[in-house]
Ligand binder design. Sequence first.
Ligand code: NAD
Length: 496
Amino acid sequence: MVEARAVQTYLNYVNGEWVRSSSEEKLESINPATGELVAEAQQSTAEDVDAAVDAARDAFFSGVWSEKKPQERARVLFKIAELLRSNADTLATLLTRENGKPIKNARGEILYAANVFEYYGALARVVLGNIPRYGSSDVSLVVKEPVGVCGLIVPWNSPIQLASWKLAPALAAGCTIVLKPSEYTPAISLEVAKLISSIEELPRGVLNVVTGPGDPTGSALVKNTKVDKISFTGSTETGRRIMEMAAVNLKKINLECGGKSANIVFDDANLEQALRGALWGIFRSAGQSCNAGSRLLIQETIYDEFVRKFVELAKGIKVGNGLDPSTEMGPIISERQLNRVLSYIKSGVDEGARLLYGGKRLTEGELAKGFFIQPTIFDNVSRDMRIFQEEIFGPVVCVIPFKDEREAIEIANDTKYGLAGNIWSRNLFRIMRVARGVRTGTLWVNRHLNPGPEPPFGGYKQSGIGREQGIEGLMEYLETKHICLEISEAFGGPER
Ligand code: NAD
């Protein structure tokens, strides 16, 4: 597939203006399916980040956003949703070019983000807080106020959906923002910022966007003491570093980190449904999803038959450029990540796991230009192996047999992660016992992924701190203040 598009250079968005970085260096965004340059963006310095934080801080303390009426804030969020919907096709194409995911998934991501903005637009109008009373002359007001300036740091795997999980509640709460997108997906993030910047009712300085790598751009944002909160989505390793850096002024933090989710299939499940769910639970997005079902646990009574069918289905997956509508699995985001995935596959083989299918880079024809790997399936995996314990973030799944509920729960819980998981069964009592036993933030039963932004999402254990989506996601951007009022004298109330 030939791309004959001019390469655009994107600027940072600071205080309502499009500005260059103080650095001459540029960030290059590469199409992972073709190796071609998609766009250039700013490689922002700590100085650029500081200017964006100052703009967000001025906007916050001026009250232009935090003191707007809830319905006015809601209207801006609805407009963002409208713009995402009406530009979904163009945005999806750019998202696929920059990130590689199949075009229908890219479109789905943009529409999901629109749904998130609509949801938080509605929540912006919900009055939160309460008024406990002690006696006839004391009134306690418990009020919710915006946290302040928020640094939002986002990865590349679902760059718009994951940004919406932060931007929408932060805006609904009345916060001001500095967004740092992933260095792999600056163009799609700035195209969305361009759409948002066209909304006249959004005062300047409320949303600022600076692009650049984790260090120095992201770390400058985390270390800046004028930032009140960091909300981060990315790997557990980076999350740990962010937690340390954020300690400088005891910033509030939200961490949405990695996962090693267990997909648990019982012998009473609808096996056709479980097969499809398990297949796309890992190979959708080429395994580059925080909630990928990268450990497939199958009850031993159906193990052989299930694995045979699973391998057959995996062999039929159409791997290719996401712009081709028939593509089912796209490339890995970068050559570096591709080599990382291949080295995990090698470690699996070296440690004695059995490679049932895949394991190789795909290089036939056009695929040679991009970063493609076969869907890869291991069995004979023991729990001390790296491929069982560590997040690979590629199309690699470990298949593991289990005897009963107790063993399934024990295997599922045997990693440092606790993000999500799936249960496939038709026995409601069993489903509830297993769902309560597995220590993760989300469990999908006989399905994969959320139907919408209403339920909260986030991790137990080292998969993160805090929640996104749902009312919980809004609370992350609100502080709680107690105002205690003695009314007897001031208002001539009853004397004590
Ligand atoms: P990453 O941790 O490498 O980077 C994420 C973001 O953090 C990027 O914007 C990056 O530039 C920035 N960053 C990197 N180092 C930094 C530093 N020192 N200071 C400040 N910012 C820094 O992750 P990635 O490769 O972009 O994304 C994949 C990871 O994201 C996987 O581990 C995946 O599980 C996780 N993820 C989690 C969720 C969730 O909701 N829990 C969702 C999607 C992805």
